[in-house]
Design a protein around this ligand. Sequence first.
Ligand SMILES: [Zn+2]
Length: 305
Amino acid sequence: MNMNYSKPTVDGSLRKSILLSQVSELPVFETITFQPILRIDNFERVDGNRVQMMSVSKPYFQVSIVESGETLLPIPQNLFAFETPHPYEVLGAPYKQASPYFLREGVLDALKTAQSYLKQRQPHWQIMIFDAYRPIEVQAFMVNFTYAQVLQEKGWQAETLSAPQKDDAWQEVYELWAPPNLDPKAPPPHSTGAAVDITLFDTQTEEPVFMGSEIDELSARSHPHYFAELASNPRTSPDEKRLAEQAAHNREILYEMMRKAGFQRHLQEWWHFCLGDQMWAWLTQQEQPHLSFKARYGRIEPVGP
Ligand SMILES: [Zn+2]
């Protein structure tokens, strides 16, 4: 049996109705399917550079996962603002029957709590969803897209790269992107439905709130504290300082309300927040070394027709 669900959009219209097997009714373990051969084919087709990603490790991959079995739920379109059309779909990312606007039930509840904290502080602001659930094929697609982008920025040709250049380029990609790992013990955070990329949206100006840099930008400005440091640098000009203070202040508002709702923020990305996945457990463990934290969300996949 299948259920219909719709992708939320900023204007509230139901842009696309798609089929997904009963994600909200099946226990999560039953919704996870692994098709490694198909997937590796897929990587190589979009990659052309082979699966460099397999050798990449992140410290949070050491954290064990005790799957909670919670379902993925759609993010209600009436409560949040959305970046539409979805930026990765526009690039041709292979979502198939899945949607990026889904989160685990407990994560979605916490996001609603964060939104209510925000309303108390800034009544006209909303959380704006850039990206949430990400199938592993989409992770592979975006990793490869970013690799091509890095080569382009450096003016390098894929065919004539030296081995160190290739390593450099991949290293840059994996500063921000998790490897599209097929190992169930090391899932990309967004493939667990427990990570969300967000910014803030001002419903009065109908513009995103100024954060100083774009989501997914491959630069030092993505670092959460970049603008706070720039603002406190005596060599920063008064004009730059004013803007830097504003960006740092707005990033802080986003961080504070997400933290209060239980989320952790990615160490290198001002926009990435997680709750209950390996990265969350690892970051929480650093803060409370006397306790032991495990992840409760592993990789989840919709199984469809
Ligand atoms: Zn993210």
